[in-house]
Design a protein around this ligand. Structure first.
Ligand SMILES: O=P(O)(O)OC[C@@]1(O)O[C@H](CO)[C@@H](O)[C@@H]1O
Ligand SMILES: [Mn+2]
Length: 470
């Protein structure tokens, strides 16, 4: 299936770029430089491979080349399929794509300068403009490169170059090099998927009879299942199997002590108050879930969404996926639809019931699926208002936005070397489209200790409308 074309076209804006404490370079010099300088002074430097021994450094040195090698191997292993489907043309395209990716791997491993994209996709000008302004902030020699530039940029850039390798080589331009791993991860998680679908269907039988405390207890359980579902990410494992083998529900108490920041109570209060306000038909409680990984994690997010809809804590749920294959296991529209179809055809009553109900919610206009191209750009979320004002305006309609996973957390906080004591809302750097919550298992250096009840705890906790569960 051809990769979903990005569904919306962000404008080409150039966010101000900051080098570190107090230094910044802006592409649009003009009035307000002093004000921006003060703002820039409060923004920490970006995590980068230039910090030897950092998680970023080892990711770029070891894990990203492994992921590229795995993509090359996958293309090799599909040679016969390409031949059967497309004849010699398919095999030629496979060879060209492999050559492109081998060159990319060499560029990465030898810290070569980043080069502009040359495909014709709608986001290409934005990527190339982002490269331009990185030239203003790289380590002074004007050349952004893999180990010198911000980790967030180079890692996102790698996945976009992988997509370019396919796009440049029809007729295999619609091939998702991570599809095989995502499907395998889904099937390896069958037992856990059966367990959570069964639990949900049992819960739904008498959800109307639950009192407020019982409802809160179930909400907390499914939030934690969604949190731990985030461990099933194929980027951190460099494509190695990382599926959920057993039911999570029995392990929640064992995992409780690993939760560093727990804003579940605040999230519950916000949703409950919103539910109490939506007495009339017109008013709605909209929850947006910015999805992360396909497979088991996607199932946990769909289960959470079903609970929110059935308990009337949400009258609308909007899912946001990726428009190209991304960070190995992130959910594309194809993955989302494939998962629903797979559940419906499962030979397990509760799995197929879930699949039917969830497809029904999409058809009834209770659930919605979006895949804006901004989510597969390298930008920090604090520049969304400039780069993708349509998406920002869409998110402003939300009652609460739930950001799943580590990459979203990194983009929320700019993937910067914040002091541990910097509060979450400050790290958001003025990104406030609506109340938001990050649900993330910690897989990168960025984290903050925040003061709460005079005890220091890892993570974030923020006044009234910025929550974290990690
Ligand atoms: O967003 P996710 O799926 O939770 O994690 C993505 C991830 O595995 O990829 C990067 C490391 O390469 C980090 O952002 C994080 O570890
Ligand atoms: Mn992911």
């Amino acid at each position: 299936m051809r990769q979903a074309r990005p569904s919306a076209r962000p404008r080409l804006c150039l966010p101000t770029v900051r080098r570190g404490r107090g230094d910044y370079v802006t592409s649009g010099r003009g009035a307000g430089a002093v004000r921006r300088k003060k703002m820039a002074a409060s923004v920490a430097v970006s995590l980068s491979g230039r910090f030897k021994g950092s998680f970023a450094y080892f990711t770029i040195k070891d894990r990203l080349p492994q992921i590229l090698t795995r993509v090359i191997d996958t293309l090799h292993r599909h040679k016969n399929e390409f031949f059967e489907k497309h004849g010699e043309k398919g095999v030629e395209a496979e060879k060209r794509a492999i050559s492109f990716l081998s060159k990319l791997r060499n560029e990465l491993q030898t810290d070569k300068p980043m080069i502009p994209l040359s495909d014709e996709l709608p986001d290409t000008p934005i990527w190339n403009q982002y490269l331009e302004y990185q030239r203003n902030v790289s380590n002074g020699n004007g050349q952004p490169s893999w180990f010198q530039s911000p980790w967030l940029y180079v890692e996102c850039y790698m996945y976009r170059r992988i997509h370019e390798a396919l796009i440049h080589n029809p007729p295999i331009d619609d091939f998702d090099p991570f599809m095989e791993a995502k499907i395998q991860s889904f099937f390896e998680s069958q037992q856990a998927i059966i367990a959570i679908c069964t639990y949900l269907q049992e819960l739904l039988k008498n959800i109307q009879d639950l009192n407020e405390n019982q409802l809160k207890e179930e909400f907390f359980k499914l939030l934690q299942v969604s949190l731990w579902g985030n461990r099933c990410d194929l980027s951190i494992s460099a494509g190695e199997d990382n599926s959920q083998k057993s039911s999570l529900l029995q392990s929640l108490n064992d995992f409780k002590s690993f939760i560093l920041v727990d804003d579940m109570e605040n999230l519950w209060s916000l949703l409950l108050n919103s539910k109490k306000r939506t007495t009339t038909k017109e008013s709605i409680t909209r929850v947006d879930i910015i999805l992360d990984n396909a497979g088991f994690e996607l199932i946990t997010d769909l289960v959470l969404a079903n609970f929110l809809s059935s308990s009337k804590l949400a009258t609308e749920v909007h899912f946001h996926g990726k428009c190209i294959p991304w960070f190995v296991s992130d959910t594309t529209k194809h993955d989302f639809n494939w998962t629903l179809k797979q559940l419906q055809s499962a030979n397990h009553m509760w799995m197929s019931r879930c699949g039917m109900n969830w497809e029904g919610n999409l058809k009834k206009g209770v659930w919605f699926y979006h895949d804006h191209m901004f989510w597969t750009l390298p930008h920090e979320f604090s520049s969304m208002g400039q780069v993708a004002p349509d998406l920002y305006a869409e998110l402003q309609k939300s009652s609460v936005i739930i950001f799943k996973g580590d990459l979203n957390y990194r983009k929320l906080t700019g993937d910067r070397k914040w002091e541990f004591t910097v509060p979450f809302h400050q790290a958001l750097n003025k990104f406030h489209p609506a109340p938001l919550c990050s649900i993330r298992t910690l897989k990168a250096e960025i984290q903050n200790i925040c003061r709460r009840s005079q005890r220091y705890e890892y993570g974030f906790s923020c006044p009234q409308k910025f929550f974290v569960i990690q």
